[in-house]
Design a protein around this ligand. Structure first.
Ligand code: R5P
Length: 326
């Protein structure tokens, strides 16, 4: 079965692609990605993909536009070379936050990305903790949304201080916080967030009791760190114990995120390797790999296995208590 598929990586996260291939007892396909002097992308697949199932591993992480174009180019190259099925493995789905218009004369970028991928020849999409699950509705082709919450909970088991509360930093993260709570057997607190601009947010309300309690703040992504920094401020103002663990599936960590998260009360920043994190000498930052999760999913896909078994297998691997509805 392993020989039936091939795995190629864009330049966004070759380390993750390598780990996925290793989990599948396979290796990365030979392709060359370069930039022309004017910045345009050059892609060359250097082995036959005819009649093969092809997995293209490429998070559309920053710089999102470059990584998206690379993924489109890889898909087009495989389609023109006669691949049987092209699966875009997009551990982090960039532009996921542009899922609706917030005002007049704005685009819906997530919908455009879905259309681009389909036009380029993608037959199936696999992603992890997209900003909203409804993104699936932008696609005509099947999309599997996996969740890294059991993986992250597995990494947190036994490390949480007593009486920790799980904090959803905004209403959109309540379902995710509930999954953590189920996994870690802790209560949930919900913050209401108002976004001021791309880097600043304001907590306007809080539902739940945090007085004297350590907090695990969970999110789908930490981008500039603004959301988490404001959450910490509001939680401390509400009397939370100055002991925070931050967990997010996608650690984009752009702009001056590190400065914002370098609060003396932050004990740990836990993210997955969905995005290639380039931070060094940051003792509080810990990364857990989602390669086993993705490899299980791709193994099932290649075998045309049922989705239910695919997801339950992932969960069994990572946290037996987790209950996931995908
Ligand atoms: C927004 O709704 C998301 O779930 C994240 O909370 C947000 O994107 C994080 O971005 P930042 O770290 O820049 O505040």
């Amino acid at each position: 079965m392993i020989n039936r598929f091939m795995i190629f990586s864009g330049t966004a996260n070759p380390a993750l692609a390598y780990l996925i291939a290793r989990e599948l007892d396979s290796q990365l396909g030979n392709c060359v990605l370069k930039r022309y002097p004017d910045g345009e992308v050059s892609v060359q697949i250097r082995e036959s993909v005819r009649h093969k199932e092809v997995f293209l591993v490429q998070p559309t992480s920053p710089p999102a536009n470059d990584h998206l174009i690379e993924l489109l180019a890889l898909a087009d190259a495989c389609r023109r070379a006669g691949a049987a099925r092209i699966v875009a493995v997009v551990p982090f789905f960039g532009y996921g936050r542009s899922d609706k218009r917030h005002g007049r004369r704005e685009p819906i970028m997530a919908r455009m990305v879905a259309e681009f991928l389909e036009v380029a020849g993608v037959d199936h999409v696999v992603t992890v903790d997209p900003h909203i699950p409804q993104i699936e509705g932008f696609f005509h082709v099947p999309m599997d949304s996996l969740t890294a919450v059991p993986t992250l909970c597995g990494a947190l088991q036994g490390r949480l201080p007593a009486r920790t509360v799980i904090v959803a930093p905004d209403a959109g993260r309540v379902a995710m916080a509930n999954r953590y709570a189920q996994c870690l057997d802790a209560p949930v607190v919900v913050l209401h967030k108002r976004r001021i601009d791309g880097t600043q947010t304001e907590v306007t309300h809080m539902a739940g009791e945090v007085s004297g309690r350590p907090c695990l703040i969970v999110d789908d992504m930490i981008s500039t760190g603004g959301t988490v920094a404001e959450s910490i401020r509001a939680l401390l103002a509400a009397g939370a114990q100055p002991e925070f663990i931050l967990a997010a599936t996608h650690g984009q960590l752009v702009a001056n995120a590190r400065d914002k998260l370098s609060h003396p009360a932050v004990r740990e920043v836990l993210v997955t390797d969905s995005v290639d994190v380039h931070e060094e000498n940051w003792p509080e930052l810990r990364t857990v790999s989602i390669a086993p999760l993705l490899a299980s999913a791709l193994e099932r896909l290649a075998a045309d296995g049922p989705r239910g078994e695919l997801h339950s297998k992932c969960l069994r691997r990572t946290a037996a208590q987790a209950r996931e509805e995908i």
